[in-house]
Ligand binder design. Structure first.
Ligand SMILES: [Fe+2]
Length: 243
């Protein structure tokens, strides 16, 4: 399966493709359903995930920048945004395209941060990105998954990514539910501020959205390529202190 098509991250893309292929092969061995493909639905799902990932990368980087985090952290969270849902590519196709999901399907869906982190950490130099991917569904009140960690125990860049992720899911035209307006999405972010999301980053994001400076429109197919072009090569990003 080809996930990302641009050349900047060719080595990374190759390694991630291989990791996904391995994971798919394991899944196929366990579950015959993994071999079932419904091409149109799957293509739609893949395009949706690619656009969503690009938007989350862009929003998360904007939050990190507005929060005054160093450029390296801004690049890290951007990369993690591009890859945060990569674990979903290891699912049997029906899991993300079907309308009726079993408890088993939901358990599988909840495994995507761990599966994504397992894939990403196989890429040399991506351990920190993998940690952010792992934690992007944790909640500050400790009721998230997979580890149910809370507050400051959740890596700061994962808390940023969660805000960006929630906003895009609510406002995107191509999600499985009807999009809501930016004002409604801001109200919802504030409603879950302090329980699901880190209130500090919610307010920073609201400031960025309402002040603009970042394009918060959903620009469809070219989003992913644009965001890949914006990526700094990993080696160019100096190490900084951990959060
Ligand atoms: Fe996710």
């Amino acid at each position: 399966m080809q996930l990302f098509g641009l050349s900047e991250g060719k080595r990374v893309v190759g390694e991630i493709d291989k990791a996904i292929a391995d994971a798919l092969a394991r899944e196929a061995a366990r579950n015959q359903a993994a071999q079932t493909t419904r091409d149109a639905e799957v293509a739609k799902r893949d395009a949706m995930t690619a656009r969503h990932s690009a938007a989350v990368a862009r929003f998360a980087k904007a939050i990190a920048s507005a929060a005054g985090l160093p450029p390296r952290d801004q690049e890290l969270v951007h990369t993690a945004g591009l890859l945060h849902d990569v674990g979903k590519f290891t699912f049997p196709d029906h899991t993300l395209t079907g309308t009726t999901l079993t408890e088993e399907d939901w358990a599988l869906i909840r495994s995507h941060p761990q599966r994504g982190a397992d894939i990403v950490k196989r890429v040399h130099g991506y351990a920190e990105v993998a940690e952010i991917v792992l934690c992007h569904h944790e909640r500050v009140d400790g009721r998230g998954y997979p580890r149910r960690i809370s507050g400051d125990d959740i890596p700061v860049l994962a808390r940023i990514l969660s805000v960006a992720d929630c906003f895009d899911v609510m406002t995107a035209r191509d999600s499985y539910r009807s999009p809501i307006s930016i004002d409604e999405a801001i109200a919802e972010l504030r409603r879950v501020s302090g329980t699901q999301l880190d209130g500090h980053f919610v307010e920073i994001f609201v400031g960025v959205v309402t002040g603009s400076g970042v394009d918060f429109h959903h620009a469809d197919d070219e989003d992913l390529e644009t965001e890949l072009r914006r990526q700094a090569p990993r080696g160019s990003v100096a190490r900084t202190a951990r959060h």
